[in-house]
Design a protein around this ligand. Sequence first.
Ligand code: PMP
Ligand code: GLN
Length: 378
Amino acid sequence: ISSKLPDTTPSIFSLMSGMANEYNAINLSQGFPNFETDKKLKDLVTKAMNNGYNQYPPSHGVEELREEIINKIANLYDKEYDPETEITLTAGATQALYCAITAFIHPGDEVIVLKPAYDSYEPTIRINGGKPVLIQLKGEDYKVDWNEVNKAITPRTRMIVINTPHNPTGTILSEEDMKNLEQILDGTDIILLSDEVYEHLIFDGKEHQSASKFPGLSERAVVCASFGKTFHNTGWKTGYCVAPEYLMKEIWKVHEVTVFSVNHPMQRAYAEYIKKPEHYLELSPFYQKKRDLFLNLIEQSRFSYTPSSGTYFQLLNYSEITQENDVTFAEKLVKENGLAAIPVSVFNIDQKDHKQLRFCFAKTDETLERAAEILCKL
Ligand code: PMP
Ligand code: GLN
């Protein structure tokens, strides 16, 4: 068969979670919480089902939920989207990303992707005949070199993908970064795809810089978000994207032929649940406590790190322990020590020199304690 994605292998998340199960290891690899979503939210889903919301909702999402999301964005980022024409509820952020790339990328179009990058962007660009133009983030703190981004722009550049807070590094883009980007894109027709699934997980008093906040960006941006990350239910696969109408119009076309609409009772439940801002605003302190617990517990270990600024991931550098590459080290860690993590090199351009693993701290304190015990013995 002639594969459309000959170089795409099964995702590292499936691979590592599979190994964690096989070796009965503690799983800090794939990013998902090992604690329950709020019972109040589950009860709202049950209520919606009992109230008969079990058939197709409107293709772009339940009206009440669209309105609540739009209000949330207006309050947080001071940007008014139209709930009728500028938002679509999707099957997780993954489908929003897929629809946005598919709607706009023609064969031969170039898309700038900053590496390391979440693993769905590049195959989606390729399946549409596009060409990912990869730019490595710089140094241990993974900074964007905006000069390099500027130089990578050609007449074929159709889109640039950013992700803040950033998976897998836990870094965030600053206001200055966003202003640099605004300047670079000014006068072009390049679309910005802004992956902001970790918008509510940001630490140490820092502020999320949404593309929605910057007029020169929001006029060309598709901003993607995920309820799975925000409400501890990645398995419900519900997310959304917002964009100006001239872009959303095209995204809808792809959305309608991909899934038409996404689960109805969950949308009803989220609409009720996000009316209370504390349900998402309490998330950053909640996860900051987990990050700090994890980092305190491994203080005596031989790992070094910069504390994560956002997401629920922490990178740890293991070069004091071994010079093995990260894939080998991650395999040993799961097989011999019973702890699964994600090797970071698989997301980078230069896959040789990385001595970092990514650990997910969206876990119960007890799980983090058991994991830290293993890490301190290495
Ligand atoms: N973007 C990033 C950066 C992610 O880490 C993830 C994974 N959770 C997604 C998108 C996909 O989100 P969802 O699970 O809602 O499809
Ligand atoms: N975003 C999650 C992670 O980075 C995993 C999502 C997935 O399994 N595709 O671990």
